[in-house]
Design a protein. Structure first.
Length: 180
């Protein structure tokens, strides 16, 4: 059970990002979902940190979290961030082309999906996407410490946040000077 609890915290950001993606796709008031989820995420992260800190390590201080699972989460975030950017681009296109704001379908017969988007909801979609696309910096930063394929993924992830240069600057400047 401790291993599961030690690993589950690494799913918090991906789940919040996927729900934000769904909100941007749905449009309407759901475009603001990412802004609300930021505060929900802060509360959940604080509670998990206090609960998980005591069960994340064994008696010898070795972590119970699975490095393979953590790597899987980090590598799988690149396509998620790309989808989030595409969802926002689709909403911007809908706004600029003047698509009418009307309900075209529903998810699970509960959540209405709108074709167009209002200016106010486009602001919500932009803020929601910006908040959670910015989390890509964390994943890109961690992957930038690796070589080969991981470094390429880190550059692509950081590029989505406009900071692809960080991968080189951080590893070849900060770490060299910090270790001196």
């Amino acid at each position: 059970m401790s291993t599961i609890f030690a690993n589950i915290k690494y799913l918090l950001a991906p789940v919040l990002i996927l729900v934000t993606f769904a909100g941007v796709l749905a449009g309407g008031i759901f475009a603001w979902l990412g802004v609300a989820l930021l505060f929900v995420g802060i509360v959940i992260d604080t509670v998990l940190k206090k609960q998980a800190s005591s069960v994340m390590h064994n008696q010898e201080g070795v972590t119970l979290a699975s490095p393979g699972f953590q790597n899987l989460v980090m590598y799988s975030m690149l396509p998620v961030f790309v989808l989030l950017q595409f969802a926002l681009a689709w909403r911007v296109y809908g706004y600029m082309s003047g698509l009418p704001v009307e309900v075209t379908s529903t998810w699970l017969s509960l959540i209405p999906i709108t074709s167009g988007i209002t200016g106010v909801d486009l602001i919500g979609a932009t803020l929601s996407t910006g908040i959670f696309a910015g989390i890509g910096i964390i994943y890109g930063h961690e992957l930038s410490h690796c070589k080969g394929f991981a470094f390429i993924i880190s550059r692509m992830t950081m590029a989505l946040s406009g900071s692809a240069h960080f991968c080189y600057a951080h590893v070849y400047n900060h770490h060299l000077e910090l270790a001196s």
